[in-house]
Design a protein around this ligand. Structure first.
Ligand SMILES: Nc1ncnc2c1ncn2[C@@H]1O[C@H](COP(=O)(O)OP(=O)(O)OP(=O)(O)O)[C@@H](O)[C@H]1O
Ligand SMILES: [Mg+2]
Length: 349
């Protein structure tokens, strides 16, 4: 239950969750406007400007894009589909999901890709509306399967209302290894999200806190904001400070959330994004992260030996190296410049 009548502390606990999409995103007005302007041609059946949104973790990229999508759905009846490429990281998976959004039943393994594309074209021709697609964390897809982008672009030849694409990544260079032909057909506009300043973070958390809590002591938001800025400026860190402080206040049967509550929970609120990613990586990658976290630093050769000892059917060195590189890219481990003998040092982040 969102509305908490019997809590002295929380008015609406959901609002303090990082899953919650607020009605207002202070300090992202400019980016929201730029994105909306890029997509606006869809309202007139024209080609939207494909856009690449990038910036560090927890600074509103996903929230702002979902916000814009929601407005397009509400006011223009345009179909929007948001996908996270950690969950959909092959062409077929994405296309099947798109088709299912139009009410077709797709057995993931049952259909060939061309069939799925045909269904999608059929659905788009019938709907007579534009389709806007957001591929979030798009580097997870580009590294594995670039064909999807080609397929989506090609589809525009067969439908009256062109498809609009928004890509999101932490990595500003997510598209550098793309085939030049695809890059030029995409002709992406870029929108950079810069980290929030302390003042901006305070405004954002103040807004969330005033809707989430019944009463808080002055200084609560400032302390949570400072901690969030310390942890790479991720708003999720600030929200978690507030949520945990609220729970502590409740346990202590306090009348309001006090600065003291925030202070007590700070040490338990770490960077959030690595924890999210650790859930998403595959089993081999989980083993690698486990070893590196345990040993703090070791050479690639040592890491590979340890890995071979800890699993029944180890991968080849070459495949193993790809996983190590991936983990370095998403910053769960660090490949150092330094070497031991001929082998680079891998360390905890
Ligand atoms: N300007 C803002 N106003 C209110 N809440 C915000 C704002 N910016 C971010 N948030 C909140 O912070 C949390 C993280 O934001 P979001 O998920 O958009 O981050 P992100 O930039 O997509 O990060 P990542 O790259 O890690 O996916 C969400 O709960 C979001 O609602
Ligand atoms: Mg995001």
């Amino acid at each position: 239950m969102a509305f908490m009548e019997d809590s002295k502390i929380f008015k609406n606990q959901d609002i303090l969750s990082s899953e919650y999409l607020p009605d207002m995103l202070p300090h992202r007005e400019n980016q929201i406007k730029l994105l909306a302007d890029n997509l606006e041609p869809a309202n007139r059946g024209m080609k939207p400007q494909n856009t690449f949104v990038f910036g560090s973790s927890g600074i509103g990229k996903t929230a702002a894009t979902k916000y814009v999508f929601r407005k397009f759905e509400d006011y223009s009846g345009i179909k929007t589909v948001y996908l996270n490429c950690w969950d959909y990281n092959t062409s077929l998976a994405v296309l099947a999901k798109l088709v299912s959004e139009f009410g077709f039943f797709v057995q993931r393994r049952g259909w060939a890709k061309d069939e799925v594309i045909e269904r999608l074209i059929e659905a788009l021709q019938k709907s007579k509306k534009s389709l806007l697609i957001c591929l979030d964390e798009v580097d997870q897809l580009i590294n594995k399967d670039q064909k999807l982008l080609y397929d989506l672009l090609r589809m525009n030849q067969y439908v009256k209302n062109p498809i609009g694409l928004i890509f999101i990544s932490n990595n500003p260079h997510a598209f550098v290894n793309l085939e030049p032909r695809i890059t030029s057909s995409l002709s992406l506009d870029e929108i950079e999200f810069k980290p929030y300043t302390l003042e901006e973070m305070k405004d954002i958390l103040k807004e969330r806190a005033s809707n989430g809590f019944r009463s808080i002591e002055e200084g609560v938001v400032a302390l949570a904001s400072a901690h969030a800025l310390n942890k790479h400026g991720d708003v999720r860190v600030g929200l978690e400070c507030l949520m945990k402080a609220g729970r502590l206040a409740e346990q202590e049967n306090s009348d309001k959330v006090l600065v003291e509550h925030v202070r007590k929970v700070l040490k338990d609120v770490k960077q959030v994004k690595p924890e999210i990613l650790k859930e998403k990586i595959n089993d081999t990658e989980k083993v690698i992260v486990g070893i590196v976290e345990n040993k703090h630093r070791l050479s690639f050769d040592q890491l590979y030996d340890e890995y071979c000892e800890s699993v029944d059917e180890p991968l080849t060195r070459r495949m193993f190296r790809e996983y190590v590189n991936h983990l370095d890219e998403i910053k769960l481990i660090k490949i150092m410049q330094k070497k031991i003998g001929n082998s680079r040092i891998i360390s905890k982040v």
